[in-house]
Structures are given as structure tokens and as C-alpha cells.
Design a protein around this ligand. Sequence first.
Ligand SMILES: [Zn+2]
Length: 74
Amino acid sequence: MAGKISPETVKAVSEYTDIVALIGEYTRLEKRSGDWWGCCPFHHEKTPSFYVQPAKKMYYCFGCHEGGGRCHFL
Ligand SMILES: [Zn+2]
């Protein structure tokens, strides 16, 4: 998925305030103690190991170690 999005979209992502809603279009997220968890959009998995921290606009996957913040996503 990474690298297939146009620079225009990446720019839009960096200005996007609701990262949860954005990532929610790619995978289902559930709120758990302040953070959001879901199945990773970068690799296939059955148990959620992908987490999103809206306050810092960052995400990280404990399964494939894909992660980043702001402009980095997608
Ligand atoms: Zn992953």
C-alpha cells in the first residue's frame, strides 16, 4: 500500500486532523484505553496488533513494525 498514493494525497494526509477516521477507511479500528487498535492495513492478520495514537498523529504495527507519523502514512 505504501508508495502508491500520490503526493497530493500525502499532503492531504499531513493536513488531516482525524487520523483515526482516515485509517478507519483502510482498516477497522476500536478504541481501547485512549488509543485505537485494529488489524494492520500493511499485512494480513486476524488479531489486531496495529495501533493508532490520534493525539500524536502516529501509528505503529507490532506485527510487521510498520509505523510512522503524519506525512508518513500511506
Ligand atoms: Zn502490520
